[in-house]
Design a protein around this ligand. Structure first.
Ligand code: HEC
Length: 139
């Protein structure tokens, strides 16, 4: 049941890093060893990964500018449509130690972004990006 805290924390919680400690997913079952902080053992069951919905969301919302020849072509974040290349290009804008502070989220929601607020603070798209980062920004 404790994982139910997660969506409540996420709704409109951009900037409220206080929730971050609770966002690693459900606690381990009794008897299992506690995973080390920053454990990189791969996505757990149900973890949000980049390939699929996250990549598609970024392509749909962001690629119109963030591609060669477009408005944001002179930035360091360009999407090509290739999932691996786009994943590697996106990682520098992720802050895994403070997911909600990630530049990707700030830009996507319009904080200090010439591209404006593409995904508002309470949108399903932004929630998906948050969930992906909180789950460990897996490929
Ligand atoms: C209408 C065009 C436009 C759209 C759509 C757009 N951006 Fe941008 N973005 C820009 C421009 C122009 C810049 C460079 C100026 C700035 O940093 O704001 C930029 C900069 C950025 C940067 C910083 C890149 C760097 O090199 O530092 C990130 C990250 C970013 N945008 C993320 C996003 C995300 C995520 C989306 C989709 C949710 C998105 N952008 C959609 C125009 C856009």
């Amino acid at each position: 049941m404790r994982f139910r805290v997660l969506p409540l924390c996420l709704v409109g919680a951009l900037g409220l890093a206080a929730c971050a400690d609770f966002q690693r997913g459900a606690p381990p079952a009794a008897g299992e060893p506690e995973p080390a902080a920053g454990d990189d053992g791969g996505p757990g069951p149900g973890a949000t990964v980049f390939a699929g919905a996250v990549h598609d969301t970024l392509l749909q919302g962001c690629q119109s500018c963030h591609a060669a020849g477009q408005a944001a072509s002179n930035t360091a974040w360009l999407l090509t449509g290739d999932v691996e290349a786009d994943y590697l290009a996106t990682l520098p804008f992720i802050d895994e130690s403070a997911p909600l502070q990630s530049r990707l989220l700030a830009k996507a929601s319009g904080r200090g972004h010439a591209g404006g607020g593409v995904f508002p603070a309470d949108s399903a798209e932004l929630d998906l990006l948050i969930q992906w980062i909180v789950d460990g920004a897996m490929p």
